[in-house]
Design a protein around this ligand. Sequence first.
Ligand SMILES: Nc1ncnc2c1ncn2[C@@H]1O[C@H](COP(=O)(O)OP(=O)(O)OP(=O)(O)O)[C@@H](O)[C@H]1O
Ligand SMILES: [Mg+2]
Length: 559
Amino acid sequence: MIPHLSERAIVFAPQGRDAAVARDMLREAGLRSEIARDVGALVVLLEAGAGFALITEEALADANLQPLARWIEAQPKWSDFPFILLTRKGGGLERNPAAARYLGVLGNVTFLERPFHPTTLISLAQSAVRGRRRQYEARARLMELRELAEVLEQRVEERTAEHELAVAQLHEAQKLETLGQLTGGVAHDFNNLLTPIAGALDMLQRKYGEEDPRSARMLANALQATDRATTLVQRLLGFARRQSLQTRPVDIVVLLDGMRDLIASAVGPTVELQMRRESEPLCALADPNQLELALLNLCVNARDAMPRGGTLTIVAEEIAVGPRSEPKLSPGLYVRLSVIDSGVGMEADTLARAVEPFFSTKETGRGTGLGLSMVHGLAAQLGGAFALTSAVGEGTRADLYLPVAQRARSAADQPQHASLPAPAEPLSILLVDDDEIVRVATAEMVRGLGHAVIEATGGAEALGKLAAGLQVDAIVTDYKMPRLNGAELARRVRKMRPDLPVLIITGYMGVTEDISEFPRLPKPFNQADIAGALAGLVSSDGNVVQLRRKRAAREDATS
Ligand SMILES: Nc1ncnc2c1ncn2[C@@H]1O[C@H](COP(=O)(O)OP(=O)(O)OP(=O)(O)O)[C@@H](O)[C@H]1O
Ligand SMILES: [Mg+2]
C-alpha cells in the first residue's frame, strides 16, 4: 500500500454539497480526502488505501452494495476498515431499520446523526485514523512474524538436512569401521601365520634349491604365492588402518616426479598423462611407500575406467580446510592429491560402495576390490581423508588429503632399511617372542645368517637373563607380548644397558603407542629383511667391532 494514501479519508456523498462541505471540514483538521462518485469508485479508492471512509446514508440507499460488501469481506486479518456513516435527523439505530442493515454490511461503523457539530466529526475522524494506524502496526508485526517464521523454517530445513547428512556419514563411517575391525582381525592373524611360512620356504629354497631343481620350482611357486598373500594382507591391513606406517615429511613434488615413468607405463600409451602442481613447496606427512602404492592404485583404477584411452590428470596442491569443509577434516593445511580421469565414471550405487573392501565391478580374478579400501584406510590413518566424485560418462575424481608437514627431510636423514648385506662378523642375538612358531622360525632365519641366537619367551625372561649377566650384541623382540610389550622391554633395556641395540618386530595390529624412537621390522619378513635390519641396527648404534671391544672390556673387568 502506498504510504501517503494510507491515512486519507474517502468521502462518498453524491448528493448536493455534502461532499464538498465534509472535505472542507476535514481539510481544516489537517486530513486529506478523496471523493468517490459511486460504489465502484469507492471500492477502487479503498483498494488503493485509506484511513477511513465518510459516507452519507442517502449514498447507500439505492446503491448496489455487493462490491463494497465483497471488499469488506475480503480484508486481510489485520484490517477492520473504519466507516463513519452520516444518518438523517432522527435516523438513529433504534428507529431506523436501514441503519441496522448498514451496520451488518459495514462492520466497523460509527453513526453520526445530522446536524452535527464540526468538532464531533473531526474527533470521530481522528479516532478512526488512530484505530486504522493501530491496524497498520498489527500488519507490520504480522509481517515481521511471518518473515521470522520463514527464516526459522528455512533454518529448520537446513539443520534437518545437515543432520540427515551427518547421520548418513556416521552410518557410513560406522559400517567401514566395523568392516575394518573384522578385516583387521582376520588379516592380523593371517599375517602372523605368514611369517613362519615365508621364513621356512625361504630357508628351504636356499638349502635345497640348488640340489633339486624340481623342489626349487615348487618352492619358488610357493614363495610367489606367499608374496601375493602378503600383498593381499597388506591391503587388508591398510583398509583396517592397522599398518605400521613409517610416517615422515614427504616432498610430494619429488615423489610425483619419481613416479611419472611408473604411472605412464602402468596406464599405457592410450592414456595421456598430465601432472600439475598448483603450489610449492608441497610437503605432506605420510609414509612414502604406502603413498606411492595408493597413488598407483588410483591410477590403475583410472586406466581400467578408460579402456579406449583418455586423459589422466594428477594435481597436487596445498589447501586450507575450514571447520565446515567436506570431507570432514580438522581445520588446517592439507596437501590434496587429485587423480582425475576422463573415463566411464560410476553409477551412484557403485560410487557409494566403491571403498568397501572386496567391492569390485571387475571380472573375477581382475580386481580384489581392495584398492580403494587401502587408499581410504591410509588417508584416515595419516590424519587425512579420501573423497570420490564421479559422473557416468564424464569421469572420476579421487581426492586424497594429507596433513601438511613442516619440511621434507633430505634423503640422507631418511632411515635406510632392508637388503643391507649381513655383517661380516657373527653377532649374538637375544630373541624375544611369546609365539613359539614365530620365534622358532625367526631364530632359524637369524642362525642361517651365521649369528648365535638365545631365545626368551617374554620380556621378563629376557630382562632376567640380562640381569644375570648375559652378554649379547643386540636384542630382537616382538612388539605384542603379554605383560611386557616390546617397546616397554626396549625402554628397560636402555636403562640397564644404554648401548645395547633393540630391534622391535611389529605386527600390523596392536601397536598402540609411538615407538618411532626404536628401529622396527614389520611382519612378515624374510631372511634378507632381517639381515638388513640387523646390519642397520649395529651400524647405526656404533659398529659391531666397537660393540665387541666394549663387551671384551666389560668381560675383562669382571674376570
Ligand atoms: N576411476 C574409476 N572410474 C570408474 N570406476 C571406478 C574408478 N575407481 C574405482 N571404480 C569402481 O570402484 C570399484 C572398486 O575399486 P577398487 O580399486 O577398490 O577395486 P578394484 O579396482 O575393483 O580391484 P583392485 O583395486 O584390487 O584391482 C571398481 O571395481 C570400480 O567399479
Ligand atoms: Mg583398484
